[in-house]
Design a protein. Structure first.
Length: 327
């Protein structure tokens, strides 16, 4: 079943068109991640789905209903923002239940829903605290709790973890993925974070300049990026991309090879270069080579590498792992 359908959605602010005709289907229960560079329209698109921003043209259907012009509260969605926007004078329980209180739901129902959400999010022992006495991750869980009690058809998240430090982000990433598995709810999640996109998504939507560049599962986008833009955006470190005369020699407009798909040797190989810098990460190392024939090349090598800066090295692509783009 389809939970969300966007048809030819456009948005202009005055003369500036920022969303340029987007078509998208999201299946029921799917975890969809929007990625793309700053300013490409991720938040605008999410806000249009939520009804916080009106579409200039096109239609939005949620659960089979045309909601293009419906009030946010009538769309069956709940949105979680980067800034949690909790009420400082209310307890955790009051914050989670606030939307239900506003809607004048019976007290017993509110209490039951708050309790259930708190259990799901492991906030039960914190229900009487005020937000200032919570950690960043706990605050983010309260914001998610506020969304859960509304029992939405679709959850919308706009960079919910970007204010957290790296380890907390990793923990919350796992918690949201587990929450998704438990609730089996449809979720649309905006992020800048490569790891979040790759690990959480059933489907990644790569946006660029207000349009969709490519849609696919994380592995589809990793294995078969349709454009150099997607190739450079999915995967870390970034794919080595070469245009101009280098690509022409390779018979394409852009030639790409991922850092993890290059073998290094001190004796022989396809391209000769000089090792400029090396970052040792423990399990692997990132090597920066200057290759006269190509330009800079980034190589990811597993484990300990024997090479030292200044060394002359040979780099070779692993068979079949090269990418040739027509654009
Ligand atoms: N209310 C507005 N009026 C005019 N222009 C706007 C408005 N809101 C957004 N824009 C413009 O629309 C474009 C898309 O903005 P949006 O916030 O959707 O980007 P984003 O992909 O979410 O970026 P980021 O990753 O930085 O959050 C930007 O060029 C932005 O300046
Ligand atoms: Mg944004």
């Amino acid at each position: 079943m389809t939970d969300l359908t966007l048809k030819q959605i456009r948005k202009a602010f005055g003369a500036l068109e920022v969303i340029k005709g987007i078509d998208l289907d999201v299946r029921s229960g799917e975890f969809v991640v929007f990625v793309g560079p700053s300013g490409c329209g991720k938040s605008t698109l999410l806000r249009m789905i939520a009804g916080l921003e009106e579409a200039t043209s096109g239609t939005i259907e949620i659960g089979g209903d045309d909601v293009t012009y419906a009030e946010p509260s009538k769309r069956g969605i709940a949105m979680v923002f980067q800034s949690y926007a909790l009420y400082p004078h209310m307890t955790v329980a009051e914050n989670i239940g606030f939307g239900l209180s506003l809607a004048r739901r019976p007290k017993a129902e509110i209490a039951a829903k708050v309790q259930a959400a708190a259990e799901t999010l492991q906030l039960t022992h914190l229900l009487d605290r005020k937000p200032k006495a919570l950690s960043g991750g706990q605050r983010q869980r309260v914001a998610i709790g506020r969304a859960i009690v509304r029992d939405p058809k679709v959850f919308l998240f706009d960079e919910p973890l970007s204010n957290l430090d790296a380890s907390l982000r990793a923990q919350m990433r796992l918690e949201i993925a587990e929450l998704h598995a438990r609730l089996k709810a449809t979720m649309i999640y905006v992020t800048h974070d490569q790891t979040e996109a790759m690990t959480m998504a059933d489907k990644i939507v790569v946006l660029n300049g207000g349009g969709i560049e490519q849609v696919g599962s994380p592995m589809e986008l990793y294995r078969n990026p349709a454009t150099p833009f997607v190739a450079g955006f999915i995967g870390s470190p970034k794919m080595n991309l070469y245009g101009g005369a280098v690509a022409e020699r390779m018979g394409c407009a852009t030639y790409g090879i991922r850092p993890e798909h290059i073998r290094l040797s001190g004796e022989a190989g396809t391209w000769q270069g000089r090792l400029r810098h090396i970052e040792r990460l423990g399990a692997d190392a990132i090597l920066y080579l200057d290759v006269p024939e190509l330009g800079e090349m980034i190589v990811r090598a597993e484990g300990e590498t024997p090479f030292v800066p200044g060394a002359t090295l040979w780099a070779s692509p692993i068979n079949g792992a090269e990418h040739r783009f027509a654009a």
